[in-house]
Design a protein around this ligand. Structure first.
Ligand code: NAD
Length: 378
């Protein structure tokens, strides 16, 4: 008999329940969409490495959505992608004519996969075109921009998700369940690391503050921040941070290595590390009654985990991007949980900003005023 994974089981249950429950309460447009479409059309904006190697291939296997169009600033990519993915000419846009996507009924969701500083502009334009939006992490380069994206999506009555793929992933879901059920007691400590060594072209956008908004903290540190939050099940109430720079000639205007300590109202503390100078990829959670850890904790998987009572976590591997996009499409189609709403992206940007503020003030503790559960899956 085919083994039913935890994830398959819960997503089937959720869609079944949501599908019947919500029809009566949906706005007319959404009800129509739900009746007409079993699969939503997704347009990828920005055809760099992540779109090319992860998202487009994953969209060939998704059940609730499919690759319907592209938006690219590189004309040579148009034909290549059209041939490879059998895309009609009418579903291919560039950055200038992108707004006319509003007239295209085959595109339901716009997925913005550009350098961070371009997210706000394209997410807001997508919302104004009446399309649901997935915004890659980091959501934007300031809290104000996150607010603008959230407001534009609200104004247009479209759904907004952030590309935090791990929330759709079974090891991460298991971590959240351990925390919720207090399987290992009350969480008292989380250690989370997310880092890799950057050696490529020093003029790449990730090392250019104008385009990235910052360095390792924005690119990888956000995974460690996320681990600290789902590892404790709480938003932090304060943070202090330190920065280390050993290759200033390479990291000219972006941060290389940052460590930060987060405090939570339960009394739990978290220590996070991020870097563009070395590799690290793990989370460890200690409770009053044992511990559990994931290593790796934040790459494309399969992840791996173990616990203090000798369990080895073992879930079947599926593309995280496929799971993530199917979950978001199910949220639109059937009203299931939005696992990574826009508010989650904004919350993380608030924490990122506080970490930079602490560093600028010599490691001073910065109080955070984030409401309980703000930015959690909804
Ligand atoms: P990339 O450098 O491979 O691609 C960037 C794309 O943006 C290219 O198609 C490029 O042509 C286009 N672009 C448009 N204007 C540009 C400009 N002024 N400078 C540079 N590129 C420009 O980057 P990527 O790895 O595909 O990352 C894109 C986004 O996806 C980022 O926000 C990144 O954080 C995010 N990302 C997320 C994950 C994840 O696991 N969720 C993984 C990788 C990347």
């Amino acid at each position: 008999m085919k083994k039913l994974s935890r994830r398959n089981f819960s997503s089937k249950m959720a869609i079944g329940a949501g599908g019947t429950l919500l029809a009566a309460n949906l706005p007319l447009g959404l009800t129509q969409l739900k009746m007409d479409k079993k699969k939503l059309g997704v347009a990828l904006v920005g055809l760099g490495n992540y779109s090319t190697d992860q998202l487009a291939p994953a969209l060939q296997d998704t059940k609730n959505c499919y690759l319907a169009g592209i938006v690219t600033g590189t004309p040579q990519k148009e034909d290549v992608w059209a041939k490879k993915y059998n895309l009609p000419k009418g579903n291919i846009y560039n950055y200038e004519n992108f707004d006319s996507i509003k007239d295209n009924d085959e595109i339901d969701v716009v997925y913005v996969v550009l350098p961070n500083a371009m997210h706000a502009d394209f997410c807001i334009r997508a919302a104004k075109a009446g399309k649901h939006v997935i915004c890659e992490k980091l959501m934007a380069v300031s809290v104000a921009e996150c607010d603008q994206i959230i407001a534009a999506c609200k104004e247009a009555s479209v759904k907004l998700g952030v590309g935090y793929r791990l929330h759709s992933e079974p090891y991460t879901q298991q971590v959240k369940e351990f925390v919720k059920k207090k399987t290992y007691g009350d969480v008292t400590f989380v250690s989370a690391e997310a880092a890799y060594r950057s050696t490529g072209n020093p003029s790449q956008w990730r090392l250019n503050k104008e385009l990235s908004g910052g360095g390792a903290l924005l690119n990888m540190g956000v995974y460690a921040i996320q681990s600290a939050i789902y590892g404790t099940g709480e938003n932090p109430i304060s943070v202090s941070a330190q920065e280390f720079s050993t290759r200033p000639e390479y990291f000219k205007n972006t941060d290389e290595t940052i460590t930060a300590q987060l405090n939570f109202s339960s009394g739990a503390i978290a220590n996070i590390t991020t870097s563009h100078n070395f590799s690290a990829n793990s989370m460890y959670v200690s409770g009053t009654n044992g511990w559990f850890k994931l290593q790796p904790a934040n790459n494309y998987g399969p992840l791996s985990g173990s616990t203090s009572d000798g369990k080895k976590l073992d879930f079947p591997h599926e593309s995280q991007q496929k799971l993530q996009m199917d979950d978001f499409a199910a949220h639109i189609l059937y009203g299931t949980t939005n696992l990574a709403p826009g508010e989650m992206g904004k919350r993380d940007m608030i924490i990122v900003s506080a970490i930079y503020e602490s560093i600028a003030k010599g490691g001073k503790t910065i109080a955070l005023d984030i409401p309980e559960n703000y930015g959690f899956s909804t």
